[in-house]
Design a protein around this ligand. Structure first.
Ligand code: HEM
Length: 550
């Protein structure tokens, strides 16, 4: 029996919801619809828990996997915005994000492998087929979460997955790695006034059979509805212009759009609206003479990308995730290594220790220098609602702040985790190679960098320490600047820093700084210094400040 809507998660628990076949049969008879015209055996698979946890391990650093993990599993503004399926403009944010993802994907051409979910929608909003305030709003919502590890198209796909989950639907596996288009794709979104043949051809070109088309529309149209002012041909009844007539009378991601139709209780304007030309859902539900709700379609829709794009594995929570790590010179002239480890699941018996090796190989024993965490596991450990839905008890963090002398420095560090359950301790060490501190010639100085207010803005003074006594050294920051709805491609803004006399040279380092307006886009930078004909640099430095008193 085919399932309704795409569902595949780590969970094995599947329950059947809604009426039994007999009850459904009776209800169909009651509604005057016969089984021959209204066929579908609906089975709604709801995945409520994750019995066998699957977790990921990565080779650190891996900015893409780390950022996608953070957006999906850690409590963030993105997951907070969508949690509990909030209403917006008479619809839901989730409905708007799902529609955006489908319209973006609609440019795919299976014949030549072009188009797909590639964020080209940002360039296509002025087309009639993309009418609706939710479209522009969703572009603004989602582009704000892009960063050097998460492309806009990845965030669009993730937004749809979060939306479905937040409104009570299944946890659809998410893969990353989508590549953003830099121009509009073809105008290939199906529209309600087109006939069935055009819709069927449209979905064929997008890579879906007729049966899959039916299932996909039924899935998509379980959320949201049709807005009177945008589709006056569809909604002909009088009423407020911005009223949205829902597809199925619920805000949640469920199968009511189809059961309601089958039971004759639907008000879905694309199925039983007065205008038979725009009853596109009705034509689709009926078009293959009684079948089909397919599984995993929604996931496939989101993974429909241009043929040269390689998606990652499913982004599962990273089991032991290295937290943003900074290495800089403290005011006492010693090096400070501030780092941490995030584990999956609360476990009071777990112990975590930080180890490191010095550059000379003389200051630490061969087993490494080590220290315990500076405090009990962090409270910001709950994880996103997705983590809770996965049945995880949390994502506790263990923080470390090590002081090391600047002569011996540090070449690599690693963590040892003992779950305290009799299993062997685990080393988080890049498969034996260690977590590298590649260089100590140029360091983002988390301790000396600081926020301050000027007359208008919250400012961030970024301080970079360079191992030189040359105050004229050329030190630059290449700041990652997020795309915007009107200019979606992220940019780099390269600026020079000047020597900062507030911070006297110490342990061979000179300090350079510059003030930046601290907007939410100021999160990532590459840093570079040219000293005595040599260039030192570090990429994708996450700007985390302040870290507290030194
Ligand atoms: C023949 C194919 C389709 C047609 C003709 C169609 C048509 C429409 C129309 C006319 C609206 C109303 C938009 C508004 O008033 O702003 C709508 C909304 C929506 N569509 Fe489709 N659609 C199709 C396929 C899909 C698919 C495949 C999905 C996703 C899998 C989808 C997801 C949605 C969602 C979530 C909404 C609600 C948006 C909101 O409430 O803001 N649609 N669709």
């Amino acid at each position: 029996m085919p399932d309704f809507c795409p569902v595949r998660t780590c969970s094995q628990s599947t329950i059947e919801a809604g009426p039994t076949t007999l009850e459904r049969q009776k209800s169909l008879e009651h509604s005057g619809r016969t089984n021959s015209t209204l066929p579908i055996m609906l089975k709604w698979a709801i995945f409520v828990s994750c019995a066998s946890l699957s977790v990921a391990s990565i080779h650190w650093p891996d900015i893409r996997m780390e950022r996608l993990d953070a957006l999906l599993w850690e409590e963030s503004l993105l997951t907070q915005i969508i949690n509990n399926c909030p209403v917006r403009s008479n619809s839901t944010i989730a409905a708007q994000w799902v529609r955006l993802a489908y319209h973006d994907m609609s440019t795919h051409n299976v014949d030549d492998g072009t188009g797909g979910l590639d964020a080209s929608i940002a360039y296509e909003l002025d087309r009639a087929q993309n009418i609706g305030s939710g479209m522009a709003g969703s572009v603004s919502d989602l582009i704000a979460f892009t960063d050097p590890g998460a492309t806009f198209s990845d965030v669009i796909a993730m937004g749809a997955i979060l939306g479905v989950a937040a409104c009570g639907g299944p946890l659809i596996p998410f893969r990353g790695g989508r590549v953003d288009a830099t121009a509009a794709g073809p105008p290939t979104v199906p529209e309600p006034h087109q006939d069935l043949a055009s819709h069927t051809e449209s979905f064929r070109r997008q890579g879906f059979t007729r049966s899959e088309m039916i299932a996909l529309v039924a899935c998509g149209h379980t959320l949201g509805g049709v807005r009177r002012q945008d589709f006056p041909d569809v909604i002909q009844s009088p009423g407020p212009a911005n009223e949205v007539i829902p597809f199925d009378g619920t805000n949640s991601f469920d199968n009511v759009v189809v059961t309601g139709y089958l039971q004759g209780t639907t008000a879905n304007p694309l199925a039983v609206g007065p205008n038979s030309t725009t009853n596109s859902d009705l034509r689709l539900f009926l078009s293959d003479g009684n079948v089909t709700m397919q599984n995993e379609l929604f996931e496939r829709m989101l993974n429909t990308v241009p043929k040269d794009v390689q998606l990652t594995d499913v982004i599962e929570p990273i089991q032991y995730k290295v937290l943003p790590t900074r290495f800089f010179v403290g005011k006492d002239g010693l090096f400070r290594l501030t780092t941490g480890l995030r584990a999956v699941g609360v476990n009071p018996s777990r112990t975590v220790a930080l180890y490191w090796a010095d550059r000379e190989g003389t200051a630490c024993p061969t087993t490494g220098c080590s220290m315990p965490p500076i405090s009990a596991p962090g409270l910001a450990a709950r994880g996103s609602f997705m983590t809770v839905r996965r049945g995880l008890t949390g994502l506790p963090t263990y923080r470390f702040d090590a002081r090391l002398n600047t002569t011996n420095s540090i070449s690599k560090f690693w963590f040892k985790v003992d779950e305290g359950d009799g299993s062997d301790p685990v080393l988080v060490d890049n498969d034996g190679a260690g977590l590298p501190i590649a260089q100590d010639d140029i360091l983002f100085d988390t301790g000396r960098s600081s926020f301050f207010m000027n007359s208008n803005d919250l400012m961030l003074n970024i301080v970079i320490a360079v191992r030189t006594d040359d105050t004229a050294a050329k030190v630059t920051v290449s700041r990652y600047v997020r795309g915007t709805p009107s200019d979606p491609v992220p940019k780099r803004e390269v600026v020079d820093l000047s020597a900062d006399a507030r911070f006297p040279p110490i342990s061979g380092y000179t300090f350079f700084s510059r003030d930046f307006i601290s907007d939410t886009g100021l999160k990532w930078m590459d840093i570079k210094a040219e000293v005595g004909g040599k260039t030192f640099s570090e990429k994708d430095v996450e700007i985390i400040v302040p870290i507290g008193a030194d």
